[in-house]
Design a protein around this ligand. Structure first.
Ligand SMILES: *Cc1c(COP(=O)(O)O)cnc(C)c1O
Length: 325
């Protein structure tokens, strides 16, 4: 397993926990996060998950031991940078099995692998695929079989042996749990599964994992009973939309010091029963707390469980303090 740290911007405590928990390497899609890891003293293998930008080949080779690639020109630049630094950079060739994000088409994999193996400073370590991220294409046993077939084709066509077959991300966990992952798949790159304790196809809990290891906590800055429908002439809201409201009468509402700059309000779930997120602007989160079991006042805090998107925003917001307990 490659522990994927980008959901928490490679927070040192989280990456340490991943390694302690058995991850072989740490992966991230941003070079900046890999650099942060190194600067925090991590000495294990680093994997860059997003294809390197051609303009940043030197930095990539400096902070990543391995990167996922589909373009020979980029790999050539990585090879040159690696030779300048007296290093060998490892490359996983990505193959697109239908999700339509990164990767060469299956029929082109052998040709591209041939180009990449000839590049000085580069070790073509294996092939990989990434699914269920853009197109929603699900990794199945058949898709994994297809990937293994592509490896076999490259190995026999080029007379090389490929150590790594990197089968995917947290969307592949269901296959593993069901015992349907073919043995030739040597690696998975797992972020959400570790961080939120869920697989990424139906977002089902992974047995034995916590689903509440990460909590977003916000402070109440106003509690008032108000009508549930705006009054006066109604125009656009802060984001250019004309909002529509149901009239549920007068309700108790809490405003929290959290906004769209920090989370996706559709991606957080209140831990308290009877609390409902009803909306947000850039800096204000509005909750209906009429039926809350706890009495809330200014200064109270409310906890929310984030989905991956909300977590990513909260991690990235400089206004959200990160606390490890
Ligand atoms: C983000 C990412 C992962 C990890 O995805 P999770 O669903 O969080 O496990 C794996 N591979 C690549 C290429 C990624 O970009």
């Amino acid at each position: 397993m490659v522990g994927v740290a980008k959901g928490l911007l490679a927070h040192p405590a989280v990456t340490r926990a991943m390694i302690t928990g058995g991850a072989r390497a740490i992966g991230d899609s941003r070079v900046e996060n890999l650099r942060r890891l190194r600067e925090n003293g991590y000495e294990g293998e680093t994997v860059l998950l997003r294809a390197p930008s051609l303009s940043r080949a030197r930095e990539v080779v400096c902070y990543a031991d391995t990167s996922l690639n589909s373009d020979p020109l980029t790999v050539r630049a990585l090879g040159e940078a690696a030779r300048c630094m007296g290093k060998v950079h490892r490359v996983i060739l990505m193959v697109d099995l239908g999700d339509l994000r990164e990767g060469v088409l299956p029929e082109d994999a052998e040709g591209v692998a041939r180009e990449m193996t000839g590049i000085p400073g580069i070790d073509l370590k294996g092939i990989g695929t990434n699914m269920a991220c853009y197109g929603g294409a699900i990794p199945t046993r058949e898709k994994m079989g297809e990937l293994l077939g592509i490896r076999a084709g490259i190995e026999s066509g080029l007379g090389v042996s490929l150590k790594t077959v990197s089968g995917g991300n947290s969307a592949n966990i269901g296959l593993v749990l069901a015992g349907h992952m073919p043995p030739g798949i040597t690696e998975l790159r797992i972020g959400e599964g570790v961080i939120l304790g869920r697989e990424a196809i139906e977002r089902l809990p992974i047995p034995g994992c916590f689903q509440d290891a990460l909590v977003i906590r916000a402070e109440v800055i106003e509690v008032l009973r108000k009508p549930s429908k705006p009054w006066g002439r109604i125009g656009q809201d802060a984001f250019g939309r004309i909002p529509v409201f149901d009239d549920c009468g007068v309700r108790k509402r809490a405003i929290l010091a959290l906004g769209r700059q920090d989370v996706d309000p559709e991606g957080i779930r209140p831990v308290d029963k009877g609390v409902r997120v009803i909306g947000a602007s850039s800096d204000h989160l509005i909750c209906d707390v009429e039926d809350a079991e706890r009495s809330l006042t200014v200064g109270s805090t409310l906890d929310f469980l984030p989905n991956y998107g909300a977590l990513l925003l909260a991690s990235t917001s400089p206004f959200v303090e990160k606390v490890v307990q």
